[in-house]
Design a protein around this ligand. Structure first.
Ligand SMILES: [Zn+2]
Length: 319
């Protein structure tokens, strides 16, 4: 039997002779198989390339999103730092209020202890989610910590408020304001070690020097009784008020007095006027707070002390 085959004829359009090619079916099927294989390979690699391209584009987008998110997390972290500073101010104010309300400072200690525990707990929680970025974990821990601390401070403020509400007498007899109105005065020398303005030697300054203009009103910082009203070479004309729980306040270097010895006074009542009597280099009030005979820093007993730290506008004029 003859082998199956095809004949391919090439007929030129000029006088050249006709060419004939004999093709076997095996050759034709082989050529078809190669063509199909090439076509399939082209599709396979084409689709693969497209998928890879797509994946890279997606990856770039995710990377950009990630960068933007990290920027946001960093900005949240910076804001948290500011919040932390404000919270610290609140905690300090809370401790002053507790001291003034004669409450134990345990609130503060408990807060610190609890803060430590919270931190540890939150970190442990953080470790359970390894997928989150350390920065995100830190922000989340800080936020959690701050929220709980805010709750603690709020609770302590409520405790102080209810204690003071219950004990109006205690509140009225506890020094809590500046003896000179803050917009008329500033602190020129604080409590503690300093150089004596006369001898330049180291000394303990047992009060605050509150500068103001000569003749400015000096007010009682709490309800009390005028225990002393006299003049000496150190504090010049000065007044000592007796309050409650062994608390006394001293107002030195006055120009003149506005109350008598033994007189009862109310907080805010004018007791004298700013002067420069005794050992003073400029008109000011030496304000002292004494508890059971020991001089203590009066600053915690002045709620508006932040307003007293900067020099008021009138004092800067002409400088
Ligand atoms: Zn002084």
């Amino acid at each position: 039997m003859r082998k199956k085959h095809m004949t391919l004829m090439v007929i030129p359009h000029n006088e050249d002779r006709v060419r004939e090619f004999g093709l076997s079916w095996a050759l034709i099927w082989g050529a078809c198989a190669i063509l199909i294989f090439c076509f399939a390979a082209l599709i396979y690699y084409g689709v693969g390339y497209y998928v890879r391209l797509n994946r890279e584009a997606k990856f770039a987008t995710i990377e950009a999103e990630n960068r933007a998110l990290m920027e946001q997390v960093r900005s949240v972290d910076a804001n948290l730092l500011k919040l932390r500073q404000r919270m610290n101010d609140l905690v300090t104010r809370d401790q002053q209020l507790r001291q003034m309300a004669d409450l134990p400072p345990e609130g503060g200690e408990a807060q610190k202890g609890m803060a430590g525990r919270l931190n540890g707990a939150a970190l442990a929680e953080g470790r359970e989610t390894p997928a989150s970025h350390p920065m995100v974990q830190k922000v989340s821990v800080d936020l959690d910590h701050l929220l709980r601390e805010a709750d603690l401070v709020k609770g302590s403020f409520q405790e102080v408020a209810s204690k003071l509400d219950k004990d109006i007498d205690l509140r009225n007899h506890t020094p809590s304001v500046s003896p000179v109105r803050p917009f008329e005065a500033w602190i020129s020398s604080s409590f503690g070690s300093r150089r004596d303005p006369f001898t330049s030697e180291r000394e303990m300054h047992l009060g605050l020097d509150i500068c103001s203009r000569m003749g400015t009103k000096v007010m009682a910082t709490a309800d009390g009784v005028v225990a002393e009203r006299r003049e000496d070479s150190k504090f010049g004309k000065h007044i000592v008020l007796s309050h409650t729980r062994g608390l006394e306040t001293l107002y030195g270097h006055l120009m003149r007095f506005a109350v008598e010895a033994g007189q009862k006074v109310k907080r805010g009542q004018v007791i004298g006027y700013v002067g420069q009597t005794g050992r003073a280099t400029a008109p000011h009030v030496h304000y002292g707070v004494r508890q059971n005979g020991r001089w203590i820093n009066p600053l915690p007993y002045i709620l508006e002390k932040n307003e007293l730290t900067s020099r008021p506008a009138f004092a800067n004029r002409g400088r």
